[in-house]
Design a protein around this ligand. Sequence first.
Ligand code: NDP
Length: 491
Amino acid sequence: MENQRKSDYGLIGLAVMGENLALNIANHGWQVSVYNRTVPGIEEGVVQRFMEGPAKNKNICGYTDLKDFVLSIERPRKIMMMIRAGKPVDSVINELFPLLSPGDIIIDGGNSNYEDTNRRVVKAEEQGLLFVGSGVSGGEEGALHGPSIMPGGSEGAWQHVKPILQSIAAKAEDGTPCCQWVGPQGSGHFVKMIHNGIEYGDMQLISEAYWVMKNMGGMTNEEMADVFDEWNHGKLQSYLIEITAKILRHKDKDGQVLIDHILDAAGQKGTGKWSVINAMNLGMPLGLIGSAVFERSLSSDKQTRVAAAKLFPRTVRKSDLPRKTLIDHTFASLYASKLVSYAQGFSVLQKASDEFNWNLDMGSIARMWRGGCIIRSVFLNDIASAYEADEKPRQLLLAPYFAKEIGQLLNGWNSLVANAAIECVPVPAFSSALNYFYSLTSENLPANMIQAQRDFFGAHTFERKDQERGKFFHEDWTGHGGATQSGTYNV
Ligand code: NDP
């Protein structure tokens, strides 16, 4: 596969994302070299299949030898990996290192764990190379027509990768590319991880809205599709709402609506779980995404649910609420819970930024998510505006616009969660968000009791309302306890 001119970009990994990104890059006038490992008998012919199929007559050169692939790329080389996250990324990096020249750039576009990216940035820089950990969102369609791209890592790489990445990225309505430099180390992958966590939350919330309207409203798929379509023309306008309406109308080969044939056991590939683990490590509440992850786990254990349903049989009744009221309250719950989810997600980003000195720009992140990615929505404009206001919100829900919105949604949200409990319909994310809202807006919480219990059994000490913060006290609760206290650190 001789070619006179060297390629502008290299791409390793020709599964669904890699193939489509390579085509997207070539469609934007760049020359691309592509490589996929060849595992005899298993994946033989991946490159050949691509070259003879979708890549035919495009400005794409295919290689099955890694050295030839590397040599075909203009220096400083820009080589993107779109491969399975985890060990495969390290093994490909180890193969690449000896073949590269100083200043060459490796871009990991997969869903890598940000801590792995932290480590890989250091390792690459020690070798005189640059490393970019970049989230890429948008699935197959986005990869081909314009994903949202979240690059971070060795900052010196940005000037070299910016023209290509911004040219292939989605463009927001105002024309801004949905690809901006995020920050150092693994910040790009951290931001992508939280994006995916928010995606888990949005999907769970939409599923609850569907379930409420189906069970409490007795609505047909077609009727629910009409509601989602209507919502897609208002404040909830987003890709996920749009595809939900389409899913509710999509017919199987037998003419029935496919959604009714799909087993209710959700899969997951890790980024939702990582979001929650990292939020916990940072000491930040991320309850809504947590509910979404746990609900997927619970859904996948269908056997236990079938057994439990036999033990606690119930017939779901249609709610007495008039249909319009039920739909309005469902809208209020979905929108308000979504506000809570984004507020929690952005608070985790802010905490990570402070903790790791990443200096993340929340407005820029919100704007980057407006196009190309799975959570794209008009609502991200409001989030960006809130972060770009003169007075930065301490918490998104406290920004004047969002505080006003929540105030108007609260009655419907309260009513729906209460009615769902009465009708025995699970709404774990709607109620988790509502409880978070009430805890957040409570000047007093029962944590005084927790502190008393901790001090009672473990001498963990407590602060007092009538003393300044930071002074810790221990009580001899039983009259025969010792004076020795436990340390007062938080983990
Ligand atoms: P997969 O995650 O299924 O990864 C398949 C690719 O990884 C193939 O090219 C495969 O090569 C390669 N690979 C696997 N193991 C190894 C290894 N040990 N050494 C070298 N190469 C290996 O493909 P996707 O296209 O779905 O995703 C690519 C990356 O992008 C992943 O990190 C994924 O999480 C992320 N991503 C995926 C999205 C999606 O919608 N699918 C969206 C956004 C990001 P071979 O053909 O030889 O097996």
